[in-house]
Design a protein around this ligand. Structure first.
Ligand code: GLN
Length: 473
């Protein structure tokens, strides 16, 4: 038992130093803990060591990223039995580096959601409080890392799905600049926003994984040729830099406790001799509305491939149209259907100008504004989420639910790198702070986050505690 507790605290860096395999520890720990946490949809009981520099280190992959010969369900009935014949580029790279994929993690169906409550299978529980959600959509990955079932995991982020669950679970979640990581093998949600990234216990691990999974890929035309040393600023001092925060942060339905934590975060940065300036970002209030037009529009197109003919579920009926209709009606859950309907509507000839085209213009305005802010400041900071992890079943109104993405969406609309790092607690639940940087400034975002991680009063041994460590205190 003691040795498995040690396993649960390991970062990638620690696991490397130990020079032994933790693959068995991972499977045992998952089998023991996941009855309660439900982070996994598939566990690879036969996972083996893989040769490479990172041999023996177990990782989990969000279940919308394909792994050869494993199921990829996307948290949906429509893909419940789908087994991928190939590896996503990121998975291929991780395997080449020696990592073992020990399982696929739960998510909101097709990554549409903020809590995994929209998974067709079950809701992942927050390791800090099992009555609460782990966040989403990469809630399974975040819970698996926070609980110590795996050393690290991959998620995907379209409007905050890496950063928000990382914040809810007290771990690090990084969304790289759009175009740095190949999405080949990621089941598309909203292609102009989707990005794969790491969920880890430390910032240093996030830099390390991003280094491995990034790079130009001829199979994803949005990827760019760019040599970045993601660990370049790890361990560096960031004092004397200048960061900005939008004053609108305090207006956007933010929980009082989070507002207080954010003020404390600002004071903490100032104590590190960082200049923190309040700026105006009035466009912020349009971010959610803009996202919830653009993302569903792309969904309505991307999800048309699930027709009962090519992949997964088929509800055989008399005619082709009836087969399509029956398959999609039974295969998709209510949130996915809602988004397909919104997207189909906003793209329809009569409404295209009023909604889709307009949203594209507003997207451009929001992007220009953030880029303008970032031309004057090193980083933009906000809380990651306006609230902490909520109780399962607590939020029923989809509009309230959508507003939770207010601070994370702008980085997706503008394609910028953004990270969530834990900074203390509110009512015994972790609180995440977000750092957004300039396009391709990923190494600096990671470096600054590492600097905060090393100096934060809430951290011991250079990182935020896991629930296990907190319990042991
Ligand atoms: N919560 C947002 C949504 O529901 C973002 C999800 C994501 O980033 N995949 O669309």
């Amino acid at each position: 038992m003691a040795s498995s507790n040690e396993y649960r605290k390991l970062s990638i860096k620690d696991a490397l130093k130990a020079k032994k395999s933790f693959v068995k520890d991972a499977i045992e720990t998952i089998n023991e803990l996941d009855k309660n946490i439900k982070a996994f949809i598939t566990v690879n009981e036969n996972a083996q060591d893989v040769p490479g520099n990172f041999s023996g280190i177990p990782l989990a992959i969000k279940d919308n990223i394909v792994v050869k010969e494993m199921k990829t369900t996307c948290g949906s009935k429509i893909l419940e039995t789908f087994v991928s014949p190939y590896d996503a580029t990121v998975v291929e790279k991780l395997k080449k580096a020696g990592f073992s994929i020990v399982g696929k993690t739960n998510l909101d169906e097709f990554a549409m959601g903020t809590s995994t409550e929209y998974s067709a299978f079950y809701t992942t529980r927050n390791p800090w409080d099992l009555d609460r959600v782990a966040g989403g959509s990469s809630g399974g990955s975040a819970a698996a890392v926070a609980s110590g079932e795996v050393v690290a995991a991959l998620g995907s982020d379209t409007g905050g799905s890496i950063r928000q669950p990382a914040a809810f679970c007290g771990v690090v979640g990084f969304k790289p600049t759009y175009g740095l990581v190949s999405r080949y093998g990621l089941i598309a949600f909203a292609s102009s926003l989707d990005q794969i990234g790491p969920i880890t216990k430390t910032v240093e691990d996030a830099a390390l994984l991003t280094q491995i999974i990034s790079g130009k890929d001829p199979r994803d035309a949005t990827t760019v040729e760019k040599q970045i040393d993601f660990s370049k600023y790890i361990g560096k001092n960031f004092k004397n830099i200048c960061v900005a925060y939008p004053e609108e942060v305090f207006a956007e339905g933010i929980d009082n406790e989070i507002a207080r934590k954010f003020e404390e975060f600002i004071k903490f940065l100032e104590s590190l001799e960082i200049s923190v300036k309040k700026i105006n970002f009035p466009e912020l209030k349009y971010a959610v509305a803009t996202y919830y037009i653009i993302a569903p529009a792309e969904v309505s197109s991307n999800l048309s491939r699930f027709d009962g003919i090519r992949y997964g579920l088929r509800e055989e009926k008399e005619g082709l149209l009836e087969t399509y209709l029956e398959t999609r009606k039974n295969g998709f859950g209510p949130e996915v259907i809602r988004r397909i309907m919104i997207g189909t509507f906003t793209l329809s000839a009569a409404y295209y100008d009023a909604y889709f085209e307009r949203a594209q213009k507003v997207r451009r305005k929001i992007s220009s504004k953030i880029n303008e802010i970032l031309s004057n400041y090193d980083f933009l900071i906000t809380p990651t989420s306006p609230i902490t992890a909520f109780k399962i079943g607590e939020i029923k109104d989809p509009l309230v639910y959508y507003m939770m993405d207010i601070f994370t969406i702008p980085a997706n609309l503008a394609g910028l790198p953004a990270i969530s790092i834990p900074f203390g607690f509110s009512n015994n639940l972790p609180v995440g702070m977000q750092i957004i940087g300039k396009r391709f400034d990923d190494a600096k975002v990671l470096g600054f986050a590492d600097f905060i991680e090393q100096t934060s009063p809430y951290n011991t041994n250079g990182r935020f505690p896991t629930p296990l460590e907190e319990e042991e205190k």
